[in-house]
Structures are given as C-alpha cells and as structure tokens.
Design a protein around this ligand. Structure first.
Ligand code: DQA
Length: 140
C-alpha cells in the first residue's frame, strides 16, 4: 500500500508559524515520524504553496490513498475539490492539525469534505496518523 501525504500552503512553515495553534514541530519532523510509525507502508510526501501544483499532484499520483491537509484551500478551492472528485474512487482523507470547527467561521467551511472518505481535525500531528490508520484499516 502506497500513501501520499500531501500538504498545502503554509504547512512548510510548521514549527515557525503560530506555534500555539500548530505546534512546534516542523513538517519534516512530522513526515519522519509518519515513516517511523508505519514502517510497513510506503509513503510519498508532497508540499506546495500553489493550488495548481497540488491539483497536478492529486491528478497524477499513483498512490493507493491520500492524506491531504489542503490548508486554507480547504475552505474555498473548488478546483482542488474537483481534482479529488476526478480521481474517484481514490480514497482521500482530509486532515487538519487544528480544530477547524472551533476557530473562525470561515474555517468551519470545507469544500472538500464530502468528496473525502474521512476527516480528522484538531489532533495535531495525530490527525495525520489517524488518517493513515483509516486508509490502512478502514478505521482509526
Ligand atoms: C489547517 C487549518 C486551515 O484553516 C489553515 O488555513 C491551515 C492549516 C490545519 O492544519 O489546521 O493552513 O489546515
């Protein structure tokens, strides 16, 4: 099983950006921990601040499942939503470090949620781990 872990805009700033919300670990450290915690699974990692690059990656990935933190694009990118939908039945799990349902109102909206198979938000880096476990086992 090959899983693509895709991160959108500003997630390259983890560990620097709003640590009280997103924690002190870098994206590289989280990605390293993913590999350590799921040693039998093959991972590919991709981060981009650019909507089109994320769409190109979603369109062409040969992974069997995707864990996607689309960052702010979650809340308004119909283009990313369409890319996910175009890959049906590829399973995409929406993840967020922070609890997007308990922050500003604009973060409560996800235009990708209903084309994703599951959502984990508010567990910090554990959101990624839960998303991966879901793809591997169909549950947490
Ligand atoms: C985020 C939440 C988004 O609202 C925000 O724009 C991000 C990160 C999260 O992981 O909590 O960039 O997706």
């Amino acid at each position: 099983m090959k899983i693509a872990v895709i991160n959108g805009p500003n997630l390259n700033m983890l560990g620097v950006r709003k640590k009280e919300i997103y924690g002190t670990e870098s994206l590289q450290a989280i990605n390293r921990e993913i590999v350590e915690r799921f040693p039998k699974t093959e991972f590919v990692f991709f981060q981009s601040n650019h909507e089109g690059a994320l769409i190109d990656y979603i369109q062409t990935t040969d992974a069997d499942g995707v864990v996607l933190n689309a960052g702010a694009y979650t809340h308004y990118s119909i283009a990313i939503r369409d890319a996910i939908e175009s890959r049906h039945p590829l399973r995409v799990v929406e993840v967020h470090l922070s609890d997007v349902n308990n922050r500003e109102d604009f973060r409560k909206v996800s235009v990708i949620r209903d084309v994703c198979v599951a959502t984990y938000a508010g567990y910090g880096k554990e959101s990624y781990m839960k998303g991966i476990a879901y793809l591997l086992e169909g549950k947490e």
